[in-house]
Design a binder for this molecule. Structure first.
Ligand SMILES: Nc1nc2c(c(=O)[nH]1)N[C@H]1C(S)=C(S)[C@@H](COP(=O)(O)OP(=O)(O)OC[C@H]3O[C@@H](n4cnc5c(=O)[nH]c(N)nc54)[C@H](O)[C@@H]3O)O[C@H]1N2
Ligand SMILES: Nc1nc2c(c(=O)[nH]1)N[C@H]1C(S)=C(S)[C@@H](COP(=O)(O)OP(=O)(O)OC[C@H]3O[C@@H](n4cnc5c(=O)[nH]c(N)nc54)[C@H](O)[C@@H]3O)O[C@H]1N2
Ligand SMILES: [Mo]
Length: 818
């Protein structure tokens, strides 16, 4: 059966209901460019989605050397053929007319085109000069969650053992450092316990600060299909906005932003009070329960109700739901992670699963979600704040083992302290000790907090900035050297989604102009820098993606993220495969911890944990005495109010986030007609009561101001909780007259003009979800509605007089039920 749907108007497509324990039926989504028929496609090239962390497998359609469409892969465990709107249409950005074709260097204040030798000579010359004059600490690398595993691993080796700097981190710091940290705190090690197949078995699904309908639409399709089938699961949603998840939920809690720990402590209080505790599991597999019991003893629903502004009875209903679950799947994302108590809150969800014994069985899944498509690999390979292979920088054995893998002295790998987090690298650049910053695959001039500060850091004369991107972004405009990169579809590599599924993405077409794969750029730099191992051989001995993958496998051997059983060939043709995959698990591993906690032992663990309030690292001896047998650690946390609270000047809370149709700073989705038209401009969401109190109407132009700055946006009135404003953070300046920043006050439209330079003390993830703000009218609208989608959390709350978001004929994709 085949049908065709407007996938902007109907983003989740048609339903294929199924019951508990059944296999999720396949549905193959295909979109081909206008005028291309299936018979015209010359080749289908295997890949997976690079616009979120779900890892939806797809084939890229190629004709005459160009990408002409995509089709989901029915055989893949992750999506069974389905694709979301960003994946169906997003590939068109590869063909954008303003892709970078040549390297650029700054000459007399202007960026001018050049060849690769000129650009690389400048970078190598500056690197050598800085190493001689100031040592490795003068050089920093800021990478992403959007390259391939092979690229991160190469970057990690060249930065840590080649340059010898501790200043290597990813934008994963802004994204999922809390996921990694929460897993390390509770289980001693990164690695998602759960699996997407848990959706097939769960009787209860709880989403904590995760708008899955918009940010992992295919995972939401899986949930929708369960809701459509026999014995559907019950849903709990914790989100201050009326997301589609909230609308389908049996219990929706809409807390004041920044109060997640209070809410979770009350839920834990209720579960313990009602004796919904799996004593045998707690006894066998955990330490720390008594501490938790004491911490939450007074955290009654009435107490939390006053802090969170959620009815106490609703907290009781949520506890009832969680306490009655036999197969509970929980997911956690940015509503928890981008907050002042990020790790503390995320860890309480782990505690919920630990005290209820909801781990390691079908349907009992825990997903401290990822956001970016390849964030997991940034973490695994140590291109963020960890050592490669989830090795512990405080454990001399781990460092020695890594030194053996790389054939370098252990002293060549900086481990005198924790790897430097991104926000600190920018602080060093601001202060002047970091003098060269190499930015790859991220756009900090739009995505970091407090943009006026970031623009001035990047714009400094004394800081030498390299930007490696597809486009002349806001960040690239401030660079000294711009390197044109090839991207998805134009290069080969592997990556790992949020449920540990590894996919291969093969090159389908040539990159434009002189642009090159990120791997080739890093390898070229390593070769020109002539990095050597301890025997005088080349430090990096690989030349191709597959050779880099093989090198990484040796580094991962015996570690939790074991890739030794995987090869490019095994990843071709069928489904993606979940790590660990080695001798003990040749077919991969569906869920972790089926047989108790495996990687928390003091000799094995990635981290000894941190103090949940101060973020100070726990010492080895302390961890060893607390947890000698390597059980899961139940860590309690006291609620602390948000750092910035509302008051007379800034009476509202401000939170920022995403919409279904755009990806981050819109460098790709803003260049795709169907997606751009669905959400063409920034807007601000406000409740009817708050709007009325300020005489604001739908479509009015308003200014949103915090202590850092302001932006202007048109008002959309929605069912968001009172006291809260929401602004999507997608809109920067590349498509405005200012280019890299606002040309005037009226041009300011980036949410991060208003956000604060502050972070969770444990994970060092910045606070994008909690600020104090005011909103005032700049101009009365002309009667047209705000440019916000109607199909999402930004749906208007008033009478349905606003035309529904639709894509028209250009947005039709086919669905086939094989
Ligand atoms: N369409 C789309 N999909 C994406 C992306 C994208 O840019 N666009 N980006 C990808 C990436 S990198 C990431 S990290 C993920 C992020 O995916 P999500 O975390 O799902 O997205 P956000 O919109 O950042 O935040 C989720 C929700 O947190 C809620 N929230 C805000 N403050 C609080 C709070 O204090 N408590 C609670 N409980 N909830 C709160 C917001 O209302 C929002 O609905 O999405 C990935 N997928
Ligand atoms: N206010 C607010 N700010 C936020 C957030 C929020 O919720 N609110 N969320 C945060 C989160 S979770 C994230 S993940 C960040 C995302 O923030 P960014 O990483 O800055 O956003 P992107 O637009 O994804 O930037 C990726 C860049 O890499 C380029 N690129 C794409 N593919 C390739 C490639 O293959 N090679 C190279 N070299 N370049 C490539 C793109 O053109 C783009 O310029 O934003 C963070 N900032
Ligand atoms: Mo993210």
């Amino acid at each position: 059966m085949e049908s065709s749907l407007d996938r902007i108007a109907q983003p989740w497509g048609g339903r294929t209901g199924y019951g508990p324990g059944d296999a999720w039926p396949a549905r193959v989504d295909t979109f081909l460019a206008d005028g291309v028929a299936p018979g015209d496609v010359e080749r289908w090239v295997q890949s997976a989605s690079l616009l979120h962390s779900n890892g939806d497998a797809m084939d890229i359609a190629v004709r005459a050397g160009r990408i002409v469409g995509v089709r989901g892969r029915a055989e893949d465990r992750v999506n069974r053929g389905r694709l979301g709107p960003k994946d169906l249409f997003g590939w068109q950005a590869n063909h954008a007319a303003d892709r970078l074709h040549r390297p650029l260097v700054r000459e007399g204040g202007r960026l001018v085109e050049c060849d690769w030798d000129t650009a690389m000579d400048r970078i190598v010359g500056r690197s050598r000069g800085l190493l001689d004059a100031h040592g490795p600490g003068a050089i920093g690398f800021y990478t992403t969650g959007q390259l391939f595993l092979e690229e991160y691993y190469t970057l990690a080796v060249l930065a840590r053992a080649g340059i010898g700097t501790n200043h290597l981190d990813g934008n994963t710091r802004l994204c999922t450092s809390t996921a990694a940290e929460a897993l390390k705190e509770s289980f001693g090690c990164d690695g998602q316990p759960g699996s997407y197949t848990d959706v097939d078995h769960a009787d209860t699904i709880a989403l904590f600060g995760h708008n899955v309908a918009e940010t992992q639409p295919v995972l939401w399709m899986r949930v929708l299909d369960r809701l459509e089938g026999a014995a559907p699961p019950r849903l709990l949603c914790v989100d201050p906005r009326p997301t589609l998840v909230a609308r389908r939920a049996d219990v929706h809690l809409a807390p004041r932003v920044g109060t997640n720990v209070a809410l979770l402590n009350a839920l834990l209080h209720e579960l313990i009070r009602r004796d919904r505790v799996d004593r045998a599991f707690v006894e066998a597999h955990t330490v720390g329960f008594e501490e938790l019991r004491k911490q939450v003893a007074d955290c009654t629903p009435a107490w939390a109700s006053a802090i969170c502004d959620v009815p106490a009875a609703a907290i009781g209903e949520a506890a009832e739901l969680l306490g009655g679950a036999e197969r509970l799947l929980s997911t956690v994302l940015q509503g928890f992670y981008q907050s002042h108590q990020a790790t503390a809150a995320a860890v309480q969800v782990n505690n919920l699963h630990l005290i209820r014994g909801m781990l390691g069985r079908p349907g009992c899944g825990l997903l401290q979600m990822n956001g970016q498509p390849t964030a997991q690999n940034t973490r695994e390979t140590g291109a963020n704040g960890d050592l490669p292979g989830f090795r512990n920088w405080q454990n001399e054995q781990h460092v020695a083992e890594l030194a053996r893998v790389w054939n370098v002295e252990a002293s060549a790998i900086p481990h005198y302290g924790p790897p430097t987090p991104a926000m600190q690298i920018f602080r060093y650049a601001e202060q002047g000790s970091v003098k060269m910053l190499w930015i790859s695959g991220t756009n900090p001039a739009v995505s970091l907090p407090e943009l006026s500060r970031i623009r001035s850091v990047l714009g400094q004369e004394r800081l030498f900035t390299v930007v490696q991107d597809l486009f002349l972004t806001e960040t690239a405009l401030l660079a000294d050297v711009v390197l044109p990169a090839a991207t998805w579809g134009e290069k080969t590599g592997t990556f790992t989604n949020a449920d540990r599924t590894v996919h291969l993405s093969e090159k389908a077409v040539d990159p434009p102009g002189l642009s090159r794969p990120d791997l080739d750029i890093f390898l070229d730099y390593a070769r020109r820098m002539d990095f050597r191992d301890r025997d005088g051989g080349p430090l990096i001995g690989w030349h191709t993606p597959e050779e880099a993958f093989e090198a990484w496998k040796r580094c991962s051997a015996g570690r939790p993220c074991d890739y030794t059983g995987l090869t490019y060939d095994r990843l071709r043709g069928g489904s993606g495969i979940q790590w660990p995959c080695g001798e003990d698990a040749p077919e991969g591993t569906e869920r972790l911890y089926t047989d108790g906690i495996s990687w928390a032992h003091p000799d094995v663990c990635e981290s000894y944990g941190k103090d949940l309030v101060t973020g100070a690292s726990v010492e080895a001896v302390e961890y060893r005495s607390l947890n000698p047998d390597g059980k899961a650690v139940i860590k309690a946390a006291e609620y602390v109010p948000p750092h910035e609270d509302t008051g007379e000047e800034y009476p509202l809370q401000l939170t920022t986030g995403r919409t279904l149709y755009h990806f981050h700073t819109r460098t790709k989705t803003g260049r795709v007609p169907q997606l751009d038209a669905a959400a063409p401009e920034v807007w601000a969401e406000l409740s009817p009561a708050e709007a009325a109190a300020r005489d604001l109407r739908e479509g009015d132009l308003a200014r949103i101001t915090t202590a850092r700055g302001s932006l202007q946006a048109r008002v959309r009135i929605t069912g968001i909780r009172d006291g809260l404003v929401f602004v999507p953070f997608h809109y920067g300046y590349w498509d405005t007259p200012g280019g890299h920043g606002p040309a005037s006050d009226g041009e300011a439209r980036a949410a991060n003009e208003t956000t604060v330079t502050d972070w969770d003390p444990v994970s060092k993830q910045p606070l994008y979800k909690t600020a104090a703000a005011r909103i005032e009218r700049v101009a009365r609208g002309d009667g047209t509605p705000a440019p916000a989608p109607t199909t999402t959390a930004s749906a208007p709350s008033g009478p349905a007089s606003i035309a529904a978001t639709a894509g028209g004929p250009q947005a039709h994709a086919t669905e086939e039920r094989p």
